[in-house]
Design a protein around this ligand. Structure first.
Ligand code: ADP
Ligand code: ASP
Ligand code: MG
Length: 440
């Protein structure tokens, strides 16, 4: 069984949805994971924000606008009156649900329920569109099997067991459709895997059923060597190892959700990145093998906070770093980069939810300085331990950019540098010119 995930733009218009229909209808057994139609989740976030602020009039206006987009969508998607009636029913039900919150109180739980509507609508519309064409498919409700634990991690045992039960209800079927992004939390409430989470769903579902391949279909022909949103000339990479891809995803390559490689890697399932607009393009194959050498790609992540702890107590002492790290561990705050000297340690975090408490505790050990609005630029490749010259190339390309921290040697496949966020695009461009000989 394969997993095929289609992102927002891939189902973003009736024509695109019809193209997806062509890609999924064949003899190969598969689970199709769909995102919400492009723009929907952003609109739902905006609607939820209005409801929070009790701006119900504005919320109603936005709901009306989104609903009319869907009315036009279904008119083009369906050819028959039966199809159109089914589509209308989907829209009426889900928008009726969203509207109900303009009458009632609104909390974080309702916000998550509203955000889930995008994927619930896209999968239902797609299912009925297949049905209209006489193609059999089965909707698997993600809320019946996708669950995260109290730390927001996928509960793999629960997911595996419940997905198996859902699939067993339909033995003999070969085309399943489910919602990306949405799940339940340990209290049974509707939750989600964070923005861009449909990739993560695909990988989790793939791992749960030991799929033969996980395909992520999007609007570009695979993982590129640099961020095409900010850099002029980029090219697709044909092969990446799980670790290389995970690093790029975690450090900002938007094509993949930051956590989406781990479940596939755990079960050694290849992940293929493919382009819905150009299905014949080779895309990127992500697997266990490391191929090629040298620098392959670069990604950057903004919104990083650097924490520096200076202390005379570090000198010739042991146990100091452990004490510091335990504070971060206590607040479940991941550390991305570290650099140490005999009298100071600098580290970076992305999640600042508990920063105040963390600072209060580590001030016991030394003077603490905080630098916000930093960016990590992550250069990924295969840097053999005996090879020379890679670091020189990176720093030569970045010679006009002030560098705050460097991490090299943590693994064989990455060099990371911390710079002020304002230089992020300049750094991406400079590396494109300096390392890839392409336009920046
Ligand atoms: P989907 O809606 O299909 O999930 P996304 O917008 O989440 O699509 O991801 C695809 C987009 O990721 C591309 O259109 C591209 O602009 C962006 N992107 C950022 N970095 C990269 C990269 N290194 N390679 C390819 N795409 C990237
Ligand atoms: N629809 C969700 C989002 O826009 C999930 C996804 O597209 O992967 O974030
Ligand atoms: Mg995405």
């Amino acid at each position: 069984m394969k997993i095929l995930k289609f992102g927002g733009t891939s189902v973003g218009s009736p024509e695109r949805m019809m193209e997806v229909r062509k890609l999924v209808v064949n003899e190969e057994p598969k689970i199709v994971v769909l995102s919400a139609i492009a723009g929907t989740t952003n609109s739902l976030v905006e609607i939820a924000q209005c409801l929070y602020k009790k701006e119900n009039k504005q919320a109603n206006l936005l709901i009306g606008e989104l609903e009319s987009k869907y009315q036009s969508f279904i008119k083009e998607l369906y050819d028959t009156e039966t199809g159109l009636n089914k589509g209308s029913e989907v829209i009426n039900n889900h928008f009726g649900f969203i509207r109900s919150f303009t009458q009632d109180s609104f909390t974080i739980h309702e916000e998550k329920a509203i955000l889930a509507q995008g994927e619930l609508i896209s999968t239902a519309l797609f299912h009925f569109s297949l049905e209209e064409k006489g193609m059999a498919s089965t909707l698997l409700p993600a809320l019946n099997f996708m669950r995260i634990d109290e730390y927001g991690e996928p509960d793999m045992a629960y997911i595996t067991g419940n997905l198996k039960t859902e699939l067993e209800k339909h033995s003999g079927e070969i085309l399943f459709i489910t919602q990306g992004y949405i799940c339940r939390n340990p209290f049974g409430e509707i939750d989600n895997l964070r923005r861009g989470g449909s990739d993560y769903t695909a990988s989790i579902v793939g791992a749960a059923i030991h799929a033969s391949e996980i395909q992520i279909w999007t609007d570009i022909d695979g993982m590129h060597n640099n961020d095409p949103r900010f850099v002029e000339e980029t090219h697709p990479i044909s092969e990446l190892s799980f670790d290389e891809a995970a690093e790029l995803a975690y450090f900002g390559a938007k094509i993949l959700h930051p956590s989406s490689i781990r479940p596939a890697k755990d079960k050694n399932i290849p992940v293929r990145l493919l382009n819905t607009m150009k299905p014949e393009a080779a895309g990127t194959l992500i697997g266990p093998n490391i191929s090629g050498s040298g620098i392959k790609a670069i990604a950057a992540k903004e919104g990083i906070t650097a924490v520096k702890i200076k202390s005379g107590r570090m000198l010739m002492a042991y146990g100091f770093l452990r004490q510091i790290f335990e504070v971060f561990e206590h607040y479940r705050t991941p550390i991305d980069m570290i650099a140490t000297s005999e009298v100071a340690v600098s580290l970076t975090i992305d999640d600042t939810t508990h920063l105040d408490e963390i600072v209060q505790e580590i001030e016991k050990y030394g003077t603490v300085e905080i630098d916000r609005d930093q960016a990590i630029v992550c250069i990924v490749g295969n840097f053999g331990m005996d090879e020379s010259g890679h670091a020189l190339k990176v720093f030569d390309a970045l010679k006009d950019i002030p560098i705050r921290m460097i991490s090299y040697g943590g693994s064989r496949y990455n060099v990371s540098v911390l710079i002020n966020q304002q230089y992020k695009n300049k750094a991406l461009k400079a590396i494109n010119v300096g390392l890839f000989n392409k336009k920046g």
